[in-house]
Design a protein around this ligand. Structure first.
Ligand code: PBG
Length: 323
């Protein structure tokens, strides 16, 4: 009689056995919550393109931060919607800017919660591009100085980590230098190392009012078709002083997360972006899939691919109710 020499099903028979041999574990400490800061007081407005997420004024952010910390989430990443936009995004690096005020409010309320800030100009520029526009083109080197100023002003306000998301060449180095020169050599740089020109940022751009007013971001964000280029970006970021490498979006880039992790053995993060969230929410809303299981499956898959931690709009809910 012939029989299979190997029977993988033996190890799948009960939950107790499955737990023993499980290779990937999603932990409460693995998820970072993105938050949107807006000016004002007592503002808590649901974001139409990201139902379940809110525009929050600094005082409301402080309350939210307490809830997030109590749930066991280790940190947040902040985005800001300024009062005014201009050509050079000057509210991004103003000491009293909305993100700077939000950082202070959160740190006063919950000093132990990690505050990461997104460093970019697109939410602050009138044209919606991630840098300074000269002759219809985003000028790389003129942008670096403003990004460095933005990062320093965030850290001055109390940020623990800065996360440049603009994709200008040399920005990690420029930010590292500026931080070191101002006495912040211990501040971590979480670099959006591999950031694709993805269709999955749509709901975020609506939420942040950062859709480019002309053209698109393909002149600075990466071509979705490229993978070797991701490794070149990672090598550059490491050379410039990035502490953590991030890949974005997450689910469409599991191969990239895996390659970056295997090649460089560095702390690696992934960003489950707004379009991924919107896609899951829409499908769950229609009853096409089981919401909680689908959320956990995507997060587990992102970790299995090699991410050490994940930025996700599900961070608080998942940590509170699912893990
Ligand atoms: C800013 C920035 C974006 C996201 C994070 N930082 C938008 C973009 O590049 O257009 C996207 C986040 C999301 O979609 O959830 N440059």
């Amino acid at each position: 009689m012939s029989f299979p020499a190997e029977r993988p099903r033996r190890l799948r028979r009960t939950e107790a056995i499955r737990r023993l041999v499980r290779e990937t574990e999603l932990n409460p400490g693995d998820l970072i919550q993105p938050l949107f800061a807006v000016p004002g007081k007592g503002v808590r407005r649901e974001i139409p393109s990201l139902v379940g997420q809110f525009h929050l004024s600094p005082d409301e952010l402080a309350k939210e931060a307490k809830r997030i910390a109590t749930a066991g989430v280790p940190g947040v990443i902040l985005f800001g919607l300024p009062e005014r936009k201009d050509e050079t995004g000057s509210e991004a690096y103003k000491g009293t800017g909305v993100v700077q005020r939000a950082i202070k409010a959160i740190k006063d309320a919950v000093p132990g919660l990690l505050v990461i800030t997104d460093v970019c100009l697109c939410e602050y520029t009138s044209h919606g591009h991630c840098g300074v526009v000269k002759n219809g083109n985003v000028d790389n080197d003129a942008t670096l100085e403003l990004l460095a100023k933005t990062a320093v002003s965030h850290v001055r306000a109390g940020a623990d980590m800065v996360a440049p998301s603009d994709m200008m060449d040399g920005r990690v180095g420029a930010i590292r230098r500026a931080l070191d020169e101002t006495g912040y050599s211990e501040t971590v740089i979480l670099s959006y190392t591999v950031k694709y020109a993805s269709a999955f940022y749509g709901p975020f751009r609506e939420a942040a009012g950062s859709t480019p007013q002309f053209g698109d971001r393909r002149g600075y964000q990466m071509d979705v078709a490229n993978s070797d280029e991701a490794l070149r970006e990672a090598a550059l970021d490491i050379a410039e002083g990035a502490d953590i490498l991030m890949v974005k979006p997450a689910l469409p880039c599991l191969d990239i997360i895996s390659r970056v992790k295997r090649e460089f053995h560095r702390p690696t993060a992934a960003y489950q972006v707004s379009g991924e969230y919107a896609m899951l929410e829409a499908a769950a809303e229609r009853g096409s899939l089981e919401r909680q299981r689908a959320i956990l499956e995507t997060l587990t898959a992102i970790k299995r691919a090699g991410a050490d931690f994940i930025l996700t709009y599900y961070a608080t809910e998942a940590t509170e109710k699912m893990l």
